[in-house]
Design a protein around this ligand. Structure first.
Ligand code: ATP
Length: 516
């Protein structure tokens, strides 16, 4: 199965099993907006909890807030979003399709990297064990030629973006002979800047003064509240404020399912530090956040850091954590050293002092900030794509079958245990209900009595339920039940009275938190 096929299957599976639906689907959906279904919302809530507790419980010096989506419009002038939260866009005149100009160039660069990698692989086969990859990359004329060209284009793009030089971006597209993937032509418009913020009006009088924005990031709600929290919580630097909430961006090209949405959710934490100590904390948070990801157990090689060359207007260092999605390594989280940019600008625009008095040094200063910013929806997609498996299985009678199983970490799974009476008679449903009534206070349980046990297992494999409990005639005699494990499909007979203890150990989020 190609990665593209896998991705298509994942999207179909998400819909079929109640994880993600297109928004307002009966009206043919709304581009890049999605709704979470009955299983999706549970998975999403569990991811949120894993993140929230890793921040607020594991760090005594991090607390949470929940700021409003609407903020005073000057917030976005101070943060730089009104002036600079733009993407360069370009249209193809023949296909009428719109693209992000920088993404077209980045795709071209990626193609050059693919070409280089192909050459390297060919050479590896040719030379066998004696192959020296580094030397080959440095000396092979074709490889060095493509590398030099690619690096030059990258350099020109970074510079043009930094200087907001739109004609130069167009020139790069022309020089690289980039064609529209739909029409195949190079008939492009000029490059224009497009602000990604959604505007709306506050109150009933629609004049300019009432224009407000849907927040494009949650971070600013933290900055404007930092002194409120510091004072009321008697927080001492270094300390952090965490927040989970919706953000909105009018993305030019919305594609790849819930990877790039126009309404999405962020989990952000701003960590306030002494000026001059930011690099130490930047390294600390890079490492901590990577550990949070790896603890989910999808494989360390699925993640990598990507250091930013083109720094955002507020940052003095920035790295992304990238995950290998079916469509390649892509960003899920950003760790940014934001300096005192935001607080200083809010201080300037509001006329209010946002300084912190440091009792240890006896000085007042505007703190520096390290931010960790992760997309909840992207993490959701990460979990689904890493968890999705198609497996061939051999049944007890020797025949073969196939199953789709979501190997979601038990602590994050939407349903923790499914409870099945073997038959719909002989007092088995009553016994199953009794067990469920006892466990439902602690775990998300689902009761199912329809269809064969095999079919019930398949349904729960497909939504990632880690444990299925079957109640049979023996249960009536000795109060034992069978647990069937999702990943190994092994079964084990245990006393029903031990279920709570066994489940607590296996599905508790504490297990994940302890490993970070
Ligand atoms: P990208 O380069 O992919 O547009 P970004 O660098 O603009 O992302 P940030 O502003 O750093 O993203 O936002 C932090 C996180 O929020 C991202 O790592 C991503 O997980 C998430 N995010 C940003 N934009 C979107 C979106 N349109 N849809 C879903 N998640 C998003």
């Amino acid at each position: 199965m190609t990665q593209e096929e896998l991705f298509k299957k994942l999207i179909a599976h998400s819909k079929e099993y109640g994880f993600v639906f297109p928004s307002s689907e009966i009206y043919d959906g709304l581009s890049a907006v999605y709704d979470y279904g009955q299983n999706g919302v549970e998975l999403k809530n569990n991811i949120k909890r894993y993140w929230w507790e890793s921040m607020t419980r594991l760090h005594e010096n991090i607390v949470g807030i929940d700021a409003a989506i609407f903020m005073h419009p000057t917030t976005w002038v101070a943060s730089g979003h009104v002036g600079a939260f733009n993407d360069p866009l370009i249209d193809n005149k023949d296909s009428k399709k719109r693209y992000r100009a920088d993404v077209l160039i980045e795709d071209w660069i990626q193609k050059q990297e693919d070409k280089i990698n192909k050459e390297v692989e060919k050479a590896r086969k040719r030379f066998g064990d004696s192959f020296n990859e580094e030397l080959y990359r440095q000396t092979n004329p074709r490889v060095t030629e493509i590398t030099a060209k690619k690096d030059e284009v990258n350099h020109r793009m970074v510079e043009a973006l930094q200087q907001n030089n739109l004609p130069e971006i167009k020139k790069i597209i022309e020089d690289c002979e980039i064609a529209c993937p739909i029409s195949g032509t190079r008939n492009w418009t000029e490059v224009r800047q497009f602000n990604l913020m959604f505007e709306t009006k506050l109150g009933s009088v629609s004049d300019e003064a009432n224009t407000i924005y849907l927040r494009p990031e949650t971070a600013q709600g933290i900055f404007v509240n930092y002194l409120n929290v510091q004072k009321t919580g008697r927080m001492k630097i270094p300390f952090g404020i965490a927040q989970i909430g919706k953000a909105f961006r009018n993305e030019i090209v919305a594609r790849q399912f819930i990877f790039r949405m126009r309404e999405f959710e962020q989990m952000e934490m701003q960590f306030f530090v002494r000026p001059g100590e930011e690099m130490k904390w930047y390294e600390y948070w890079k490492e901590k956040r990577m550990s949070w990801h790896r603890t989910m157990g999808f494989g360390d090689d699925k993640y990598r850091f990507h250091k930013h060359e083109k720094l955002a207007h507020y940052a003095n260092a920035a790295s992304d954590i990238e995950f290998e999605f079916p469509f390649g390594f892509k960003e899920v989280e950003g760790i940014h050293s934001r300096t005192d940019f935001d607080l200083s600008n809010h201080q300037k625009h509001s006329g209010k002092k946002l300084q912190y008095f440091d009792p240890e040094t006896g000085e007042s200063y505007v703190p520096y900030v390290i931010e960790t910013s992760i997309g909840l929806d992207r993490t959701f997609l990460l979990v689904l794509s890493a968890a999705y498996h198609e497996e061939k299985i051999t049944k007890e009678d020797g025949s073969t079958d196939e199953r789709v199983v979501l190997k979601i970490p038990p602590a994050l799974a939407p349903v923790k245990l499914a409870i099945f009476p073997l038959l719909k008679k002989d007092g088995l449903p009553e016994m199953a209900r009794k067990i469920m009534d006892d466990l439902k206070f602690d775990f998300a349980c689902q009761y199912e009595e329809k269809d064969t046990i095999g079919k019930r297992y398949r349904r729960h494999d497909a939504i990632g339920t880690p444990f299925c409990i079957t109640i049979d005639h023996q249960t009536l005699e000795d109060e034992t039940v069978t647990i069937r494990y999702r990943d190994t499909m092994e079964q084990e007979r245990v006393p029903a009275s031990r279920l709570r203890e066994i489940m607590t150990e296996k599905v508790s989020i504490t297990n994940l938190l302890k490993q970070i």
